[in-house]
Design a protein around this ligand. Structure first.
Ligand code: FAD
Length: 402
């Protein structure tokens, strides 16, 4: 066996979020042994929703969890864009048969816990996967043959390679890229999940609905077999510092939305237990690899949520890294470079377009908003399918772009 190969050591993954667990499943299915090192005392996800484009379903199938993933999803009929000042519909993209036929899979919304649970169950059932909690990776060392991950406890774990799937504040990225703190966007997002009966009856649409207003927007969609509604509202208030999951009152949330239509404001009043995040992203970079160490998911390409693609991209990464290492187990550096090449441009495009969508679709005011309405109203669903084909079409392995 050459010194570049996996030898008999496991693959280490720092982070047991959606990206880390998806990668563990993909790699274990290729026959590799995997150790997942998760910082938290238990594995789980925050209680909120997530949208999944057809490309997420292509990834589920490639990772062998298609049936389980399809079972937990709510299949929505439309992506609906409302003007938050007038409460009039701007456009609605049909997600029915024509959409599914075009992209070979549906668009869906799911509870994060359910999505994470699909991968967690697959990991727990797989004899090749060792899940370790309370295991924060703080640093690593490597030789030509192996990587040693150092944990916060002082313990060390040896592997053939280390995948940094440790999210926005990745410690592994600090070493691989060293580009400092994430960029604070100044956008404050508030999340709430409510029972469906608390959602105003005339707004219980089977759609992912976006109410776009000046420097603010509201998103809602059903979850968990229609038992719940996910509410996500965002206010571009130039918040200066990152915040994650701080409880806030409904009055604080409403304060950023006094200028929007009463119908849009009423959605916020129906929320409960609001929590606040100040969103961050990063500039795209290409250097995701340091010898036997590589980045995946938000650690590699954190993005604003406006394209609803962060988790979808993490799952595509998982498909690609499993494919690359499966094809070249004898040559880890070449396999990691092949993975990076497949992912870097595509994910950079999603990072940059997520910002652009925020600026030009979600938050414009005045003439900018009028132009948005005119341009977006003039397009048919078929037009939108054409714009989205690069993202939703093909599967993760079709995008060798770097
Ligand atoms: C408001 C909002 C809405 C969104 N909506 C969507 C959507 O609709 N569709 C979509 O596809 N995406 C969406 N996203 C993006 C999506 O949530 C993320 O891209 C995705 O969760 C990233 O997964 P990850 O596994 O890479 O990182 P994370 O989910 O951040 O997981 C990282 C894991 O690593 C652990 N960890 C951290 N540091 C360490 C360490 N040093 N050692 C060990 N473990 C560590 C953490 O505890 C965590 O479990 C949204 C994001 C936000 C903020």
């Amino acid at each position: 066996m050459s010194e570049d190969s996996l030898n008999d050591l496991p693959i280490l993954i720092a982070g047991g979020g959606i990206g880390g667990l998806a990668a563990a499943v993909g790699l274990a299915n290729k026959g590799f042994s995997v150790v997942v090192l998760e910082r938290a005392p238990q594995l789980g996800e925050i209680g909120a929703g997530i949208q999944l484009g057809p490309n997420a379903f292509h990834a589920f199938d490639a990772l062998g969890v298609g049936a389980q993933a399809r079972g937990m999803a709510v299949y929505i009929d439309a992506l609906r864009l409302m003007d938050a000042l007038t409460a009039e519909e701007i456009t609605s993209i049909d997600l029915g048969d024509a959409f599914r036929k075009r992209f070979g899979n549906p668009y869906a919304v799911v509870h994060r816990g359910d999505l994470h649970g699909v991968f967690l169950k697959a990991c727990q059932a797989h004899p090749n996967i060792d899940l370790r909690v309370a295991s924060e990776v703080v640093d690593y060392e490597q030789t030509a043959e192996r990587v040693t991950a150092r944990l916060a406890s002082g313990a060390t774990v040896e592997g053939a390679l280390l995948i940094g799937a440790d999210g926005l504040w990745s410690k592994v990225r600090t070493r691989v890229v060293g580009d400092g703190q994430p960029r604070v966007s100044g956008h404050t997002t508030y999340r709430s999940v409510i029972p469906t009966e608390h959602m105003p009856e005339d707004l219980r649409w089977n759609a992912a609905t976006l109410w776009a207003g000046p420097k603010c927007h509201i998103v809602h969609y059903p979850l968990s077999r229609w038992k719940l509604f996910n509410l996500v509202v965002t206010y571009h208030n130039d918040a200066p510092e990152p915040v994650a999951g701080k409880p806030v009152t409904v009055e604080e949330v409403l304060a950023g939305f006094t200028h929007v239509h009463e119908r849009a404001q009423s959605i916020i009043r129906h929320g409960r237990d609001w929590k606040l995040w100040v969103l961050c992203d990063r500039e795209p970079v290409e250097n995701w690899v340091d010898g036997r160490v590589v980045l995946l998911g938000d650690a590699a390409h954190p993005m604003l949520q406006y394209f609803a693609q962060g988790a979808c991209m993490a799952m595509e990464d998982a498909v690609c890294i499993a494919d690359a290492l499966g094809a070249r187990p004898d040559d880890v550096p070449t396999a990691l470079e092949a993975y990076r090449r497949r992912r870097a441009v595509r994910t950079a495009r999603v990072q940059l377009q997520s910002r652009a969508i925020g600026e030009h679709v979600y938050h414009p005011a005045g003439a900018h908003a009028a132009a948005r309405n005119a341009v977006m109203r003039a397009k048919t669903s078929e037009d939108y399918y054409g714009h989205l084909a690069w993202l939703y079409g093909g599967n993760a392995l079709d995008h060798d772009t770097a």
